[in-house]
Design a protein around this ligand. Structure first.
Ligand SMILES: [Ca+2]
Ligand SMILES: [Ca+2]
Ligand SMILES: [Ca+2]
Ligand SMILES: [Ca+2]
Length: 226
């Protein structure tokens, strides 16, 4: 009986030695091989830092101006404290736009969510542009002559601001359409395989709501992917 007990203890010891070592090594092995947990949100900007040059650096083009603005409405739980105010002046429907370089793996996400304040019905229109780096070179390749993307997919969605007040807008990414059927692979695949920047940039092109020439004004509290 004593002998059996000794053997069992010995056996346990023999087995527990290498087991202990393995367990000690497991965490580092695990960290290297375990795939990253699927992210649930990709924040493009919540504008809360009131800084349009850091996270993110926003550029503007043509007749569009942007500034940070304190949100006055305290009654809506989903609102932050600071928004981006966009002002534009359109001519022949087009005013200009804003954009930001992203370089993000966006293939996990299904929805683009925006929180927008439209001061009146038909306060403007937004063409949301998502650029998908298809030739894996971390730049948006532009055809010099035509001034349009020459290698990368451009997916668009048109949003007319036909409501009054704050509104949470959720756009399924499958509702975006490829705008350049002769460029890229025409598939929404903004992953970062083979050196691709994935979702390389976003632009919001600001357009008229109803008339060829309009003064356009609205606010965005948040832009994010879920
Ligand atoms: Ca590219
Ligand atoms: Ca395309
Ligand atoms: Ca693509
Ligand atoms: Ca905000």
């Amino acid at each position: 009986m004593k002998l059996i007990l000794m053997c069992m203890l010995l056996g346990m010891q023999v087995f527990s030695q290498p087991l202990t070592v393995e367990i000690e090594e497991l965490p580092s092995v695990n960290q290297k091989t375990k795939p990253a947990a699927k992210p649930t949100v990709l924040m493009i900007d919540d504008f809360e830092d009131a800084d349009l040059k850091r996270f993110r650096e926003w550029w503007t083009f043509d007749k569009v101006m942007i500034k940070s603005k304190n949100i006055e409405d305290k009654t809506k739980h989903y609102l932050g404290k600071v928004s981006l105010q966009i002002n534009g002046s359109s001519n022949n429907w087009y005013a200009g736009g804003i954009g930001a370089y992203l370089n993000k793996d966006a293939h996990f996400f299904k929805t683009l969510k925006l929180v927008i304040f439209s001061p009146k019905r038909n306060s403007g229109s937004i063409r949301i542009e998502l650029y998908d780096d298809d030739n894996n070179n971390n730049i948006v390749d532009i055809d010099e002559e035509k001034q349009i993307p020459s290698k990368d997919d451009l997916f668009i969605y048109d949003l007319n601001l036909i409501w009054e007040g704050w509104k949470v807008i959720s756009i399924p990414l499958e509702d975006f359409v490829d705008f350049n059927q002769d460029v890229g692979d025409n598939i929404w695949n903004p992953n970062q395989l083979y050196g691709s920047a994935g979702l390389i940039q976003i632009q919001l092109v600001i357009l008229s709501s109803k008339q060829k020439s309009e003064l356009i004004e609205f606010e965005i509290d948040t832009i994010k992917f879920n």
